[in-house]
Design a protein around this ligand. Sequence first.
Ligand code: ZN
Length: 498
Amino acid sequence: MPSAPPSDRELDAYRAKADRFIAELDEETYLHFAGHKDTYELVPIYEKYADLTELEKAQWIGMAVNGGSRVRELWRFACEGYLGNLTRDATERLAELEAAIKANVDGEEIPYRMIRPVMANTEDRAKRQRLEEARNALTEEHLNPLHLETTEVVHSESPRLGAPNYAELYRKFGYRLDELAEQCRGFLDTTETLWEDVGDKLFRARVGVGLGEAQRWDVIRVFRGVDWDPAFPGDRMVPALEATLGDLGVDLRSQRNVELDLEDRPNKSPRAFCVPIEVPERVVLVIKPQGGPDDWRALFHEAGHTEHFAHTSPSLSVEERRLGDNAVTEGWAMLLEHLTIDPAWLTRRLDFPRPNEFAAEGAMQLLWLVRRYCAKLIYELEFHTSSDITSMRSRYKELLSDALKVEYTDTDYLSDMDSGFYASEYLRAWAFEAQLRAYLRETFGNTWFTRRDAGSLLRELWAEGQKHNADELLKAVSGQTIELEAVADRVREALAAA
Ligand SMILES: [Zn+2]
């Protein structure tokens, strides 16, 4: 253990270097997942910044944490860097394997990362099952051993960072996981019969079986919403985004710090993503526009991240620009994403048939997702305090199947997890979005997204980066505290209007 905490000058030097380290990792992420390069070379970057991720550095910064959230964020960064460094080889191999392995289904070779998208587009139920089984076999054989290796490292190393286990470590970072898990139990409870009712109808309409008979391979098909494809053409995605942002006073094409990567490449991730390589100077939005409701949703989600980071004030500290509470950036992402299930937006932007019906389906999907993440958070809290990880296989299956009323397999008990309790950020972001949207509608009307003054408020809030956490931000704007139950209200309202 170091003998004295870092001085302010030493902290400054550390955060400046951290800023470069994150930029280089982000650039590598961009290059690999946008299909510019097949390899995913994290090791040279970790080696170049080796001193940032040493155990002693994490412990040293930990000594400077005394209630202040800024240094605590830097401490979390140092701890995550330390764990990330120990698992970097496995992470690299996982990404490279995911890009390389292929399933052979009905004589056709399908890259691993394309199996789920192909499944979503497959009407034949038996074929979807074969795809799922091929995917599960690949996951078990190639990926799970690496996931297991990573988890074991994270679990055995957490005590050296000053917490008896990984969950306790995040509580020390200020994550109010238990309070949130309590809200999750409440949400699962209050929305259970609602989900059983609307979920069952939706599954029957889409895949011909009710919740009780539905399997994992039906889910992606249900939410693919193929019937709505004609309303969401691929070539109108980017123009619709530009027009929406334009209404809010943001001219996407003239934003010199926003790069749109629209080109098609064979190994480009089929799903849109945003990489804030420099905040706010260089934010990349990567898209492979294919159309369909899901693709539109993903684009608007990532555009929410993009605008948040691109508007972040350059004068903020590294912690406030790059670190902080990710429920904030996820909340901004959800706010734009959920425009695509907002009847008022659909009517204005797309000349949409039956907008309330689509909005109701969007609400069902939201209900599915939030229930799923509630179960995931409860699972992850158990998982990260468990002394025998492999015994958690059956627990995963049990918790997820119980929340969703669809039979889960246990294959994804390691891979269906977000490191750093990211599930908790999503959950708080969903609540933040539901509450903020209600506030925007009250203040600016149901078509708030067409109002320049609403845009000014958003830009003002985006400029704050992640200086404040989502709770503080919501409190400052609307005077409310974050409540997951707000999502249930949002869902009920959309269902009632249909
Ligand atoms: Zn996101």
